[in-house]
Structure formats: structure tokens, C-alpha cells
Design a protein around this ligand. Structure first.
Ligand code: ATP
Length: 743
């Protein structure tokens, strides 16, 4: 049976005009024809039934001349009273309820179209909605049953009432202050979605119901919106559980009456932030409902029930019993697009099949086999247990003498008692249906059953205490094995950890040792280089020799040492054969000799080329003119890469840029006021530089190989390398000075 969908058009509100009415109701041509026929045949009863409208007409919003027509099971125009709607749509479901079927009634529609009015209604008798009338009908029928059975059957009614607000479930029988942020959880129970922790209130009379219902409705989330002064901000679900207890059985069925929140077009609502959040949640759940409806009607594999709590609870198409959807419509143009959208969803919902299965009665005393044919036919096909053979079955032809003729053989199949399987309702799958017949034909025959089943050990003589003792023993054994293996595992882990720690320490030592040795070697190299730059060849040689053990296979270092040795030997020979020994040079004498001996520059350049090959290793050391050689704070490697001109610091490249020339001219001016303005140079450093230069002037005045400026002998720095060797000046300082020079 498909979902019954009826439409109800609400009357115009005070603020609405007759002029704007666009929704019309009517009777379809086929129905009108049938009515005519029945009237002619004198079948008045049937003809009266045809009186009811069943179509809704609405103009195409893009072309007013065109009309859309939607047909439903019934359509109720604005003049239809609450009583009439109830009598026609809800009252007939009550008897099904008492026959064990679940009933779901839900009102669907845009905000302000009359859902709450239809479900709950007003206070006056005439205005009472579907829900109080349903309860009234239930109590009336309960009393009738109790009276007819002379008290043998008792009917108990209990209520649950909850709302889904912002996709969270709240018990409406609980005051709002008792709510938790997360709301109540949902659980799947035998194919039905149930709300955990929900209050179930026994309710014995209509009066009691009214008290409970009114009180609970005060807890419901409602607010005034632009489209409805009392807009429901939640979906409200009232569950009416009916338990019929007779001498031999108990039957439970539930009527669910759902007042859905209405979809909202927020361009029209002008909702504030809080209302918008609610609205988004309402619209989302209704959108999911529309998606579910579409997926079901298109027979899609996946129905997105679980994407919203409302759809999960409503379980449209999955719930058994009877389902009635009341589509509420506003008649006016301002709802035009929303109305068409609602009509489309409702139209699709009509096509949803609902299984009309009553709930299983609970029998008192020993369990009885199911006798209802409807249930038997709703079972899923049997599935073999692990594709194995039924060892309990006798071999074909062989009869167990101990068993009676009519006794059913025990099942060796797992039976999925899933009433939700649509296949099971397919008549073609009935025992003698065509599908079953073909299945029987195509099904592979079961493997032959052993005629003599393996003898099973008899346990009849084992006492409960003995079994307990055996179980305890077994558990202890297992635990002991586990404890031992756990201990072994822990030992292994510990051993592994120790090994790893040892290995790590060794590695660290090795790395540290290598680093230290490398740093030491590099510092010797650096010192050698500095000595060489100052012309202190013997010191430079000594340093290079000290560096050699740290770079034992470096040919360039070896050749550098050899070159220096040669040079020194040559000098000694020169000194001893040509010139008398000159007085030892001051600290900066070497600088002058650099300028004086172009041949040496070549030799030096060769030596510096050797250094260039260390750069990969010694980059750090060479960068640390102002700090400890192995300090890793600085990285002149990058400086060198970023500024090739600074390479001249090492290479003593005579080619200098205008910037360098300018810098050198400032320093060579010995003007403290100018030098202190250089970047990274303060007053103290400027004075130190000038002092150093003056010292050099004095110590080298005797050599006669210095420029005469203003009749004063002055040593002139000609490269950044020379500048970097001055006391208190390093590569970094030079680079700083140079970067601040604007040319
Ligand atoms: N059949 C009807 N007869 C008289 N008045 C009606 C009818 N249907 C709706 N109304 C009135 O229309 C207004 C909106 O109805 P109602 O609050 O029931 O809408 P709703 O669809 O529940 O809205 P929401 O989704 O915002 O809660 C109310 O003032 C209600 O009294």
C-alpha cells in the first residue's frame, strides 16, 4: 500500500487578499466521469465518495496561462472543517491501530500553511485538530473493546512526546532546563529508530491527555517569524502507544502524529541569527526528506535517511503499517514557488509503498509458532548456514523413528526475520510463485547428507559445578599463557630499547667527535688563512700543518703547505744571499708585502684556491671572523653565494666594484666622523680602525712603499679582504659596512 497523501488548503488570513489566490481545488476528469456513471446507476454511496476533490491546480509561475495539476488521494479546500478532515482521513486508521498496525500521520508544508492548526488545532471543540481527536477516538475505542470483552481485554495508552530542534532530540515531557546540549540519542532497534531515554507517560483519559499535551507544548520551540506569529521551530512527534492485553496475548501498536516544522524562504522571513540557524536546520531536514522521497521513488540503492534525525525517525517507506501525509497549502501567490515545490514532493510521496504489516503479538506462556500467513510470506529467503549441510537432517529417504510424522525438522538455516524486505512481499517469491519455481530449479542441490552422523559425546552426566570448574581452569590456563607471553614481549621490547640507546649513544659520540675534529681543523685553516693574509707565512704554515691531520687526504692543503714552504725557503735564501735581514715587521707589515709582491699574490691566489675547495666543509669557519670558528650562528656560505664580490675577501680579487671602492676610500680617509657613519660601525669601532691604520702607517713608513698623501705617508687598503683583517673588523662587519654604502 502506498502512502496516502491528502492536501489541505488553508483559508485566507486577514492579511491576505482574495485577489492573490492562485491555488484551486477540483475533481479530476476521470473521477467526475465515474461519479456521473455511479449516479446514473443509482449507486449513491459511491457517488457521494466522488464528491471529494482530488486535484490541486496552480499556475505555472513562468507562464500564467498554463496550469499545473497535481492529483492526490483527497484534497480539502479552505472551507473544510477539522471534524471533516479527521473523519475522512484519521478516524479510519484507528481500527487498524487496534488491529496491531502502526499508524503514522504527518503534516508537511511551508511555514504558515496550517500544519500545527491541522495537527493540534485550536482550543474550541470545533477547532480541535487531528491529535486530540485521534486520542479521543482511541479512548472511545478502548472503552468499547474493554466493554465488549467484559474486561478480558485491557487497553493501556501511554504517550511520548519529543521535538527535533536543530537536529537534536528533546523530550517535551521534560522541562527545557533539564535538556542536555547533545539531546537524546537515537538507536536502531529491530529496524525501527527509537529515541533513548524518552519519557513514556501512561495516560488513561482524554482529559489527562489534554493536560499533558498542553503542558508539553509549552516546552516546544516556537517563535514569531515574519511569516507566522506562532511558527514551530521544531518537528514535534507525539507517540501514542496502545497496549492491548488479553488473557493469552499482548499486542502493541503505535500511532505517531508528527507536526513538521515548515520550510522557510529566508528572503521573506527576515529572520535574525537564531531564527536563521533554526531555519537552516529545518530546511536541511526537509531537503533530506525530499531527497529520501526522490531516492525511494526512483528505487535508488541508497536512501539518505541518516542524514537528518527527522528522516531517520520518520523512516518513510521503511515503516510498516499505514502512513498518511497531510500536505498543507497556502492559497496565495506569495507562496507560489514554495507551494509548487511542496506539491512536487507530495506528489512523489504518493508513489512510496509502505508495507502493511501488523506488529507481532506477544503470546503468554510457551512460545507459539507464527501462524500469520502475512508474516510467513514476509520473511527473507532462507540462507544456508556457512553453506554447510544440515547435520541434523536425516538422509533423504531415511526416517528418524524417534520422530513423529508431522514434526518439523530442525532448521539448519539462519532466518532473517526482516519484515523490511520488499522482495518478501513480492507474490512471485511466494512458495509457488514463478520466481521461487525458477529458483528451485536453478538452485544447486545440497551435498548428500551423511546417513550416519558423527557420534556426539554425551554431556548429560556433567554437573553444572563441574562445567564451571572446567571453564575456570581453562580461563586460568589462557590467562597464564597470556601473562607469560606478555612478560616475554616486554623483555624483548626492553632489550631492543637498550640496544637502540647504545647505538644512538655511539652514533652521537661519533658525530660529536667528527664535528669537534672538523671544527678544530677548520679553525686551524682559518687561522692559517688569516696569518697568510697578513703575510705571516711561517705562522700560516704552522696552522696549515696543524690542520692537515684533520684533512689528511686533501691534496690542495698539502700543496698549499708545500707552496708556503717553498716560498719561505726562497725568502730565506734571498735574505741570506742578497739583502741583510730586515727588522721584523709589525703586525701589519705583511699587508704591505702583499702589495709589494705581485708574484706572491699569484702564489697566494693559488693557496686561496685550495681554500675554495674546503668551502663546503669550512664555510662556517670562514664566516666566523668575529666569533668562534665552529659557531653555527652565521653562514657566510650564503653570504658568499648571495654576493660574489665578497668572495674577493678570500680570493683577494683586485677587481673591485664602485661600492667597494667608495667604502675603501671612506676607511682610507681615516676620518672617524665618516667611518662611524658606516653601517654596523660605531664611534669606538671607527676609532679602532683609524688607530689601526695609523699604526700601520707608522710601522711601514720605513719601507717606503706606501702612498704619499698630503706629504704624509699613508698605507692604503686596496681590498675588502685587507679591510677585514684590521683589528676588530671581520667579514661580517665588512659586509655590513659595504651593504650600507650607497653609490
Ligand atoms: N484550516 C484553517 N482554518 C483556519 N485557520 C487556519 C487554518 N490553517 C491555518 N490557519 C491559520 O494560519 C496560521 C498559520 O497556521 P499554523 O501556525 O498552523 O502554520 P504552520 O504550517 O504550522 O506554520 P509553521 O511551520 O511556521 O509552524 C494560523 O494563524 C492558523 O490559525
Amino acid at each position: 500500500m502506498s502512502v496516502r497523501v491528502v492536501a489541505r488548503v488553508r483559508p485566507l488570513l486577514k492579511s491576505e487578499r482574495e485577489l492573490d489566490v492562485i491555488v484551486r481545488t477540483g475533481v479530476s476528469a476521470i473521477t467526475a466521469e465515474a461519479k456521473l456513471r455511479e449516479t446514473e446507476n443509482g449507486d449513491r454511496k459511491l457517488a457521494a465518495l466522488r464528491d471529494r476533490d482530488n486535484i490541486v491546480r496552480i499556475p505555472n509561475p513562468k507562464n500564467e496561462g498554463e496550469e499545473y495539476t497535481f492529483q492526490f488521494n483527497a484534497v480539502y479546500d479552505s472551507d473544510v472543517a477539522q471534524q471533516e478532515l479527521f473523519d475522512a482521513e484519521v478516524a479510519p486508521t484507528i481500527k487498524h491501530l487496534f488491529n496491531g498496525f502502526d499508524v503514522t500521520l504527518f503534516a508537511y508544508g511551508v511555514t504558515g500553511t496550517g500544519k500545527t492548526h491541522t495537527m493540534r488545532g485550536g482550543k474550541s471543540l470545533a477547532d480541535r485538530g487531528v491529535i486530540p481527536r485521534l486520542l479521543s477516538g482511541i479512548y472511545r475505542r478502548s472503552r468499547k473493546i474493554e466493554k465488549d470483552t467484559e474486561g478480558e481485554t485491557q487497553v493501556k495508552v501511554s504517550l511520548s512526546y519529543y521535538e527535533i530542534y536543530n537536529d537534536k532530540v528533546y523530550d517535551l515531557f521534560e522541562p527545557p532546563e533539564k535538556r542536555t546540549l547533545a539531546g537524546l540519542p537515537l538507536r536502531d532497534n529491530g529496524g525501527k529508530t527509537v529515541v533513548c531515554g524518552l519519557t513514556e507517560k501512561p495516560c488513561t483519559s482524554l482529559k489527562e491527555f489534554e493536560g499533558l499535551y498542553d503542558q508539553a507544548n509549552n516546552n516546544r520551540s516556537t517563535s514569531a517569524t515574519k511569516l507566522n506569529a506562532h511558527s514551530s521551530r521544531s518537528h514535534a512527534i507525539l507517540g501514542v502507544k496502545i497496549t492491548m492485553i488479553s488473557s493469552d496475548k499482548t499486542r502493541v501498536s503505535t500511532a505517531s502524529a508528527i507536526d513538521l516544522a515548515g520550510s522557510e524562504d529566508n528572503r521573506r522571513t527576515e529572520n535574525d541569527k537564531e531564527r536563521m540557524v533554526e531555519s537552516a536546520s529545518i530546511n536541511k531536514s526537509l531537503f533530506v526528506l525530499a531527497q529520501c522521497v526522490e531516492a525511494i521513488t526512483k528505487k535508488q540503492h541508497r536512501i539518505p535517511y541518516r542524514e537528518s534525525k527527522m528522516t531517520r525517525i520518520l523512516s518513510l517507506g521503511q515503516n510498516n503499517g499505514l502512513t498518511v501525509m497531510i500536505l498543507n497549502l497556502a492559497p496565495v501567490r506569495s507562496y507560489h514557488l514554495d507551494t509548487i515545490s511542496s506539491l512536487s514532493v507530495a506528489n512523489r510521496t504518493r508513489k512510496i509503498e509502505v508495507r502493511e504489516i501488523e506488529n507481532d503479538p506477544i503470546f503468554k506462556g510457551p512460545a507459539r509458532p507464527s501462524v500469520r500467513p502475512s508474516l510467513a510470506s514476509s520473511r527473507q529467503p532462507l540462507r544456508p548456514l556457512n553453506a554447510s549441510v544440515n547435520v541434523n537432517l536425516p538422509a533423504p529417504g531415511a526416517k528418524d523413528p524417534a520422530k513423529k510424522e508431522d514434526e518439523k525438522p530442525p532448521k539448519a538455516f539462519s532466518v532473517l526475520n526482516c519484515q523490511g524486505d520488499p522482495l518478501s512481499r513480492d507474490p512471485s517469491l511466494s512458495a509457488d510463485g514463478p520466481a521461487m519455481r525458477s529458483l528451485k530449479q536453478s538452485r544447486p542441490t545440497l551435498a548428500p547428507i551423511p546417513s550416519e552422523p558423527e557420534p556426539q559425546p554425551s554431556h548429560a552426566d556433567i554437573s553444572a559445578a563441574r562445567i564451571e570448574e572446567m571453564v575456570e581452569k581453562k580461563v586460568e590456563e589462557i590467562l597464564a599463557v597470556r601473562a607469560v607471553s606478555e612478560q616475554t614481549r616486554q623483555n624483548q621490547v626492553q632489550e631492543l630499547n637498550d640496544q637502540l640507546q647504545r647505538r644512538l649513544a655511539q652514533l652521537e659520540q661519533r658525530i660529536e667527535g667528527t664535528e669537534d675534529a672538523r671544527a678544530e681543523g677548520l679553525s686551524y685553516l682559518l687561522m692559517g688563512k688569516q696569518h697568510q693574509a697578513r703575510g705571516e707565512n711561517s705562522s700560516a704554515l704552522k696552522m696549515y700543518q696543524l690542520a692537515l691531520p684533520h684533512f689528511p687526504n686533501n691534496e690542495k692543503l698539502a700543496s698549499k703547505i708545500a707552496t708556503l714552504k717553498e716560498r719561505m725557503q726562497g725568502k730565506t735564501q734571498q735574505r741570506s744571499s742578497i739583502t741583510p735581514a730586515s727588522p721584523p715587521k709589525g703586525r701589519f707589515g705583511s699587508m704591505l708585502s702583499l702589495k709589494k709582491e705581485p708574484t706572491l699574490t699569484l702564489g697566494k691566489r693559488q693557496a686561496e684556491d685550495v681554500d675554495a675547495d674546503y668551502m663546503g666543509q669550512a664555510g662556517d669557519a670562514f664566516s666566523n671572523d668575529d666569533g668562534p670558528p665552529n659557531s653555527k650562528k652565521r653562514n657566510t656560505q650564503s653570504l658568499r653565494e648571495s654576493d660574489p664580490e665578497l668572495d674577493a675577501l678570500d680570493d683577494f680579487d683586485p677587481t673591485v666594484s664602485p661600492r667597494t671602492l667608495h667604502l675603501l676610500s671612506i676607511v682610507n680617509s681615516r676620518d672617524v666622523s665618516q667611518i662611524k657613519l658606516l653601517k654596523g660601525v660605531g664611534m669606538k669601532k671607527a676609532e679602532a680602525i683609524v688607530d689601526c691604520l695609523c699604526e700601520m702607517d707608522q710601522s711601514s713608513s720605513s719601507s717606503g712603499d706606501i702612498e704619499m698623501i698630503s706629504d704624509q705617508p699613508q698605507f692604503q687598503l686596496s681590498s675588502l679582504a685587507e679591510l677585514s683583517t684590521l683589528k676588530g673588523v671581520g667579514v661580517r662587519t665588512v659586509e655590513n659596512m659595504r651593504s650600507g654604502v650607497l653609490v
